[in-house]
Design a protein around this ligand. Structure first.
Ligand code: FAD
Length: 477
């Protein structure tokens, strides 16, 4: 008899796990309570990148003269048209996933899954009916929802979650974004490009305060925000917010969380804005899942713990993706990879999930691509390191496309010249990071990349220049 696998959650973790388990001969059922594609497709990666693409195109129109184009008449973004385009793309993508499931003979159950007991899951269907399903192995991929903060809760009109932002029918005249992390910074550039007055409030001392993002990247990003007149208030928190007709009054305070030893005095204690966007975290979707029925504990916040095989403390029950929380890496491609590992192990293999070469792609302006250790992390781990930087403006292609801002940094182990980390901020950095990811995955040295011929004129030459510099033989950089 084929192994009966139930996957709960149809996001990039769950649907990929289902496909892999089916390919290995499993009898697979996928349970999804909303739309296929999860946060990534419906409320995250894809809709935000559709908006970012429109913002990029709009900015290019505004600087048309730089490209030798004379524009006559008015150019402006059209939010309803953008939302329509976005919805069409999401619909196509969802249908694509449904077709893949069907082709691979995966049964899709539409409803909310609740674990009933060991080996049994109930599906609560919207019409009030209930279906009982049997499993040999269970994969939990239920993800998260936006974190609602009690001091300034979402009203979905003025105080917005990231879901609300992705459904706006008008460009706000002004927007305050709480959280200078990945999502907050991406939205800041999108709305600033579209004409909003944007302020970011960040509790830590720098933008993108993540160990995996090199501090030099944060500095350059701040410079780019200043160029675009985005106000950035670091070491600052939002304490509360009042809504007065169509204005949100946001009360600020000095951050108790900052890593800055000299937190600054605030210039202003109240800021008014048309919208307040809250981008400071996610809540796990584990509370109503019935985990207690199989004796599966979570952290106090509700995150699920797994071992290196993606298996929970309950044998035969796996968990993947964002439901594992910030202890792992909350990215779509990580969820998918964990999904493949979990599915393979559920089907009898003993594979291990490695997080050593996970690329990070941040869609700011310019974009950011990171992989491996930052300089600070490498030093903390005891490596004797050297770091090298090359500016994007040294590339012919960067000049040709008028995308001069940006820098690339490579961190290598001094003795072996082995690449430990690559951190790019510049045009198309999110695509360029793929080469560095392969280099780190394969344990390559800067010399290996330097001996690889890079096509001219391309932005990919940045990796060649960087590696040549790390080998002590720079050409242009
Ligand atoms: P999810 O995608 O959240 O999917 C979980 C699914 O489980 C959901 O469909 C949910 O409805 C379903 N579910 C939950 N409970 C139940 C239940 N009881 N029964 C049945 N179904 C259930 N990541 C990137 O890598 N790149 C990006 O550019 C990027 N941009 C982002 C932008 C934004 C604004 C946001 C919010 C996130 C972004 N992310 C990005 C993160 C990415 O979306 C997540 O890492 C990814 O979606 C996690 O996948 P997952 O499968 O673990 O969970």
């Amino acid at each position: 008899m084929p192994t009966k696998i139930i996957v709960i959650g149809g996001g990039p973790g769950g649907y990929v796990a289902a496909l892999r388990a089916a390919a290995l001969g499993g009898n697979v059922t996928l349970i999804e309570k909303e739309n296929l594609g999860g946060t990534c497709l419906n409320w995250g990666c894809i809709p935000s990148k559709i908006m970012k693409n429109t913002a990029d195109i709009f900015l290019n129109f505004l600087k048309a003269e730089n490209f030798g184009i004379t524009l006559k008449g008015n150019v402006q973004p059209d939010m309803p048209a953008l939302m329509e385009k976005k919805n069409k793309i999401l619909d196509t993508q969802r249908k694509g996933i449904a077709a893949l499931l069907q082709k691979n003979k995966i049964v899709l159950e539409q409803g909310r899954a609740v674990i009933k007991s060991s080996g049994l899951v109930d599906v609560m269907v919207e019409d009030g009916s209930k279906k009982e399903l049997v499993y040999d192995k269970l994969i939990i991929a239920t993800g998260t929802k936006p974190l609602n903060v009690l001091d300034f809760p979402f009203d979905h009109q003025h105080i917005l979650s990231s879901n609300d932002i992705l459904q706006l029918s008008e460009i706000p005249e002004s927007i305050i974004i709480v959280g200078g992390g990945v999502i907050g910074c991406e939205f800041a550039f999108i709305f600033s490009a579209m004409g909003s007055r944007v302020t970011i409030v960040e509790a830590m001392s720098r933008l993108l305060p993540l160990p995996s993002v090199d501090e030099d990247i944060s500095k350059l990003l701040l410079r780019e925000m200043k160029k675009r007149k985005i106000s950035v208030l670091c070491d600052t928190i939002v304490k509360s917010a009042d809504i007065n007709t169509d204005i949100v009054s946001v009360h600020l305070g000095v951050s108790p969380f900052t890593d800055n030893s000299r937190p600054k005095k605030l210039k202003t204690l109240v800021l008014d804005s048309q919208k307040l966007a809250v981008c400071i975290g996610r809540t796990p979707l584990s509370a109503d899942l019935g985990l207690d029925q199989i004796g599966l504990d979570t952290s106090p916040q509700g995150w699920i713990e797994v071992d290196e095989h993606m298996e929970t403390s309950v044998p035969g029950v796996y968990a993947i993706g964002d439901i594992l929380g910030p202890q792992r890496i909350m990215l779509a491609h990580v969820a998918s990879h964990e999904g493949m590992i979990a599915a393979q192990n559920a089907m009898g293999e003993k594979d291990v999930m490695s997080y050593e070469a996970v690329p990070g792609a941040i869609f700011t302006m310019p974009e950011i691509g990171t992989v491996g250790l930052s300089e600070a992390e490498a030093k903390k781990k005891g490596y004797d390191v050297q770091a090298f930087s090359v500016n994007f403006r040294t590339l012919g292609k960067a000049q040709a496309i008028d995308e001069l801002a940006g820098t690339a940094k490579m961190i290598v182990e001094k003795e072996s010249n082995k690449i430990l980390g690559v951190h790019l901020i510049g045009a198309h950095a999110t695509d360029l990071i793929a080469e560095a990811t392969l280099a780190i995955q394969k344990g390559l040295s800067a010399g290996d990349i330097a001996h690889t011929i890079h096509a001219h004129p391309t932005l990919a030459e940045i990796m060649g220049e960087l590696s040549l510099k790390a080998c002590g033989t720079p050409i242009h950089g």
